[in-house]
Design a protein around this ligand. Structure first.
Ligand code: AP5
Length: 214
């Protein structure tokens, strides 16, 4: 199973990727998560990426492609993988095609999670994440049992630095300019499935599983 999850910021890619990677037993590759780990560790990649991320802009393609190529060589990718937040530009998609062609492992499907902009701002600004175990919550749509505390490990939840209203607005503009063209790119290849991301988290998962079966 080799999948790409497409969708604007806050559409639910990370939420669904966690569930689907467990369901199918494949690696979950989130370029955003890999970048955030690098920023926290202060690695050269993290230092270069941090400014772009804080402004809600895309990190340059060359850095991302090198990072993904390395990740794809990890043993856990042999059974398959699910990309969340990658590719984000046409050059990234072309580079991914070239990498997978060289391994004779083409993509099986791309699922676009469709959510209108007005819903996305509330999704992103209300998101809270656990810095210790990576669990994700939403203050309104998926609240933790005790406000501000992770259900799974008890750590204090945090808000992502790029989840302010202003930066989310910029991320949405960048999405429409640079990432939305990928919808046609994958449609033309006959790989695209679209699901309505306004439903509940469980219903979106069901819709994705149905689209993958169909
Ligand atoms: P990244 O981390 O990839 O962020 P994003 O694409 O902007 O997506 P998000 O993580 O914000 O949202 P999501 O769709 O995963 O939604 P989630 O499941 O969390 O990228 C961050 C930055 O890194 C970029 O801006 C860029 O700078 C850089 N970057 C990363 N990849 C790059 C690349 N390939 N190229 C260049 N730069 C790159 O859900 C959001 C909230 O909504 C949560 O609170 C969740 O609980 C809630 N929720 C989810 N589903 C539902 C639902 N169905 N109903 C109600 N609430 C829901």
């Amino acid at each position: 199973m080799r999948l790409v999850l497409l969708g604007p910021p806050g559409a639910g890619k990370g939420t669904q990727a966690k569930r689907l990677s467990q369901h199918f037993g494949v690696a979950h590759i989130s370029t955003g998560d890999i970048l955030r780990v690098n920023v926290r560790q202060g690695s050269p990649l993290g230092k270069e990426a941090a400014g772009y991320m804080d402004r809600g802009e895309l990190v340059p393609d060359a850095l991302i492609i090198r990072m993904v190529e390395e990740r794809l060589h990890a043993p856990d990718c042999q059974k398959g993988f699910l990309f969340d937040g990658f590719p984000r530009t046409i050059p990234q998609a072309e580079a991914l095609d070239a990498l997978l062609d060289a391994q004779r492992q083409p993509l099986d499907r791309t699922v676009n999670i469709v959510v209108p902009d007005e819903v996305l701002v509330e999704r992103a600004t209300g998101r809270r994440t656990c810095p210790a175990c990576g669990a994700m919550f939403h203050i309104r749509f998926d609240p933790p049992r005790q406000a501000g505390i992770c259900d799974q490990c008890g750590a204090q939840l945090v808000q992502r630095q790029d989840d302010t209203e202003e930066t989310v607005g910029n991320r949405l503009r960048v999405y429409h300019q640079q990432t939305a063209p990928l919808i046609d790119y994958y449609r033309r290849k006959g790989l695209l499935a679209e699901v309505d991301g306004r439903q509940t988290i469980d219903a979106v998962e069901e819709a994705i599983l149905a689209a993958l079966r169909g």
